[in-house]
Design a protein around this ligand. Structure first.
Ligand SMILES: Cc1cc2nc3c(=O)[nH]c(=O)nc-3n(C[C@H](O)[C@H](O)[C@H](O)COP(=O)(O)OP(=O)(O)OC[C@H]3O[C@@H](n4cnc5c(N)ncnc54)[C@H](O)[C@@H]3O)c2cc1C
Length: 354
């Protein structure tokens, strides 16, 4: 979120400085570990309509934002596929009811389609022998998060943004408006803001990155399962991101043997080609999350704004958060934020106490 916003501000003509606690590769950011699926309808099963609306907006905005970066970033909108093993039919029926409710509330969203065996064979031939039914969610997307972080870095350099790496900062480190100090401040520290925004918590996720030349999947796939729901997101060159556990814990230690086994076994149950995959990485990270699991903007002072709580939806909603933030900053109010029903805490004139 910070890189995206810093670049947009620089392009608007502001002189921007970026302080980052970590390194150029985004290590330390949830953004580096994420699968970066852009799936508003699929996520409607676990989130509010406001996030779905932001996701829809962002799906349109990502291609424009990427085109402006001057470096290629893998982005695709081939839809999401949802499958289940026969014994988990009731899970699928429950999900379908959810998806239908979302479609009724947001008729502009392309509705889920039911895939029969021939359609499954057409869309994902590799899966046809294991799954003879599924849901297809048209228009949903994904991007390569690491390529995006690199391309944003390139854009920031080109735009003359002064970047300070290994440079952790807190809002109170700055005296806005004083000589030699900035006029405004945006705090996009994710979970790094926990000391100042006490309601933030981390929700742990574990993902595997594997190289599987024998697996051909065109689009992100979700496996419905009562105990081991997983997703598999294909990235370029037969790399797949397999995730992700959701654990209410701020434990940052490496993945456990059990969850690694569960994750990889569930992937193998989807496609036997994963047997010979090479495990490139097993990573864990914490998603920055507010109590209602929804994102928010929060005024810390008249020219000091926090953007946080992106939880498991950072890539899904970042362009929408960006557009709302810029409007709010420039005009004092945001029609985008109103349309999305994005929460704004405090006001520029009456900020909340930190
Ligand atoms: C396993 C997993 C899978 C996910 N999958 C998806 C997905 O498929 N789709 C999706 O939309 N979202 C997904 N997400 C969520 C997404 O990654 C987050 O919502 C998003 O990264 C949050 O963005 P952010 O910029 O707020 O925080 P972060 O990405 O965490 O970035 C915060 C940055 O602030 C820096 N920082 C921290 N403290 C300081 C400080 N004091 N001073 C300076 N810098 C500081 C950090 O180093 C970091 O670079 C996933 C997350 C995880 C963990």
């Amino acid at each position: 979120m910070g890189r995206l916003l810093a670049l947009a501000l620089a392009r608007l003509g502001h002189r921007v400085q970026l302080h980052e606690a970590g390194a150029t590769d985004g290590s330390g950011a949830a953004a580096r570990v994420a699968a970066a699926m852009l799936a508003p309808l699929a996520e409607s099963a676990v989130t509010d309509l406001s996030v779905v609306r932001m996701g829809q907006h962002s799906l349109e905005r990502w291609p424009q934002l990427i085109a402006e970066l001057g470096m290629p970033v893998f982005f695709q909108q081939q839809g999401t596929l949802i499958v289940w093993h026969r014994q988990d039919q009731s899970e699928a029926e429950r999900l379908k009811r959810h998806l239908d409710r979302t479609a009724a509330a947001l008729p502009e969203l392309p509705p889920a389609q039911i895939l029969t065996a021939p359609l499954m064979a057409e869309r994902e031939p590799d899966l046809a022998s294991r799954f003879d039914q599924g849901f297809f969610l048209p228009g949903e997307g994904q991007l390569d998060n690491r390529a995006l972080l690199t391309a944003l870095l390139h854009g920031l350099r080109e735009a003359g943004v002064q970047m300070h790496w290994h440079s952790p900062r807190r809002p109170e480190d700055f005296e806005l408006g004083h000589a030699g100090q900035p006029d405004g401040l945006f705090d996009c520290r994710g979970l790094g803001a926990q000391q100042q925004w006490r309601q933030l918590r981390g929700v742990r996720g574990e993902v595997a990155r594997v190289h599987a030349p024998e697996v051909h999947l065109q689009r992100p796939l979700r496996l419905m399962h009562p105990r081991y729901p997983i997703y598999i997101a294909p990235k370029p060159d037969h790399v797949f991101v397999i995730g992700a556990t959701e654990i209410e814990s701020e434990d940052r230690s490496p993945a456990s043997m059990r969850s690694t086994l569960e994750l990889l076994s569930a992937a193998y149950s989807v496609h036997s080609g994963f047997a010979e995959a090479r495990v490139l990485e097993i990573a864990t990270q914490l998603r920055p999350t507010l109590p209602d699991n929804l994102p928010a903007l929060r005024w810390l002072g008249p020219r000091s704004l926090q953007i946080n709580g992106l939880y498991r939806h950072g890539f899904l909603i970042a362009p929408a958060m960006l557009d709302a933030t810029l409007e709010l900053w420039q005009d004092g109010h945001s029609l985008h934020a109103e349309r999305f029903q994005l929460r704004i805490e405090g006001a520029a004139s009456a900020p909340l106490p930190a």
